[in-house]
Design a protein around this ligand. Structure first.
Ligand SMILES: *Cc1c(COP(=O)(O)O)cnc(C)c1O
Length: 237
C-alpha cells in the first residue's frame, strides 16, 4: 500500500480504538479529509482510496480544487462518484454565492447576518444547504464562532429560516498540548449540543457535532464528536 493509504489506515485504526474505549460505533463517525495543504494529485489519490468527504477552509481554493477534481474524476475509472466538499473555514457574506453551489455542508456559520445571506442565496439557487453552527468553546478572542452563551438563541433564529437546514454544531479546541484543556472544550461543546437538541427549538436533523483535528481527534471521539476534520495526520510528514 502507498504512503497515503497507510496513513489513512492508521487514522482509521485510531478512530476505531477511540470508539472502542467509549463504546461507540466507528461507522457513525464521518471522516472529512482536509485537503487545504496538499496537491491535486494527492487529493485524487485519497478519493481513489475511498475517501468521499473532503474539506477546504478558503473559498478561492475550494472553488478551484473542487472544479479540478470534478474534471479529473469524470475520466477516472477508479472513482465512481464525485466527492462531497465541506467548507470548514471562516465564510464572508460576499462569498456565500460562490460556496453554496459546490459544498454539501458549511461548518462555519456563526452570525445571524451570514445565515440570512445563506438563506437568501439558497432561495435564488433553489437549494436547501446544510449548515453547522460554529461555536467558540475555547473562549479565545481571535477564534471565530458564536460565544457559548449566544449559541442557543442563534440556533433558534436559524431554525426559523426556510431555506437552510441546521444540521448540528462545529467547534475547534485551542492550540495547546494540554489534553485536559482540549477535553474540557469538547465536553462543553457536547453539553451545549445536547442542550440545544433538548430544547426542541431545532428539528430532528440537528445530529452532527463536528470537532476533532489531527492532534485531538481521539479526545473528540471520546467526547461525542460525529465529524472529524483531519488534514496533516494524512498529508504531512
Ligand atoms: C486545517 C483545518 C483542519 C485540519 O487540521 P489538521 O491539524 O491539519 O488536521 C480542521 N479544521 C479546520 C477548520 C481547519 O482549518
Amino acid at each position: 500500500m502507498n504512503k497515503l493509504g497507510e496513513k489513512i489506515k492508521r487514522v482509521k485504526g485510531n478512530i476505531e480504538s477511540a470508539c472502542g474505549r467509549v463504546d461507540r460505533d466507528p461507522a457513525k463517525i464521518t471522516l472529512v479529509v482536509v485537503t487545504k495543504s496538499t496537491t491535486i494529485e494527492n487529493i485524487q489519490k485519497v478519493i481513489r482510496l475511498g475517501c468521499t468527504e473532503l474539506g477546504e477552509n478558503r473559498v478561492q481554493r475550494l472553488k478551484k480544487v473542487s472544479a479540478q477534481i470534478s474534471e479529473l474524476v469524470k475520466t477516472d475509472s477508479a472513482v465512481s462518484k464525485e466527492p462531497n466538499w465541506h467548507m470548514i473555514g471562516h465564510l464572508q457574506r460576499n462569498k456565500v454565492h460562490q460556496v453554496l453551489p459546490v459544498t454539501s455542508l458549511v461548518h462555519s456559520v456563526d452570525t445571524l447576518r451570514l445565515t440570512e445571506e445563506i438563506n437568501t442565496v439558497a432561495v435564488k439557487l433553489g437549494i436547501r444547504p446544510r449548515v453547522l453552527l460554529q461555536v467558540n468553546t475555547s473562549k479565545e478572542p481571535q477564534k471565530y464562532g458564536v460565544p457559548v452563551g449566544a449559541a442557543t438563541h442563534l440556533a433558534e433564529q436559524i431554525e426559523t429560516m426556510g431555506n437552510l437546514e441546521l444540521a448540528g454544531m462545529m467547534t475547534m479546541a485551542p492550540l495547546t498540548r494540554n489534553k485536559d484543556v482540549i477535553k474540557a472544550c469538547f465536553a462543553r461543546a457536547r453539553e451545549l449540543f445536547e442542550e440545544i437538541k433538548g430544547e426542541r427549538i431545532v428539528g430532528p436533523k440537528f445530529t452532527e457535532l463536528s470537532m476533532g483535528m489531527s492532534s485531538d481527534y481521539e479526545i473528540a471521539i471520546e467526547q461525542g464528536s460525529t465529524i472529524l476534520r483531519i488534514g496533516s495526520a494524512i498529508f504531512s510528514g
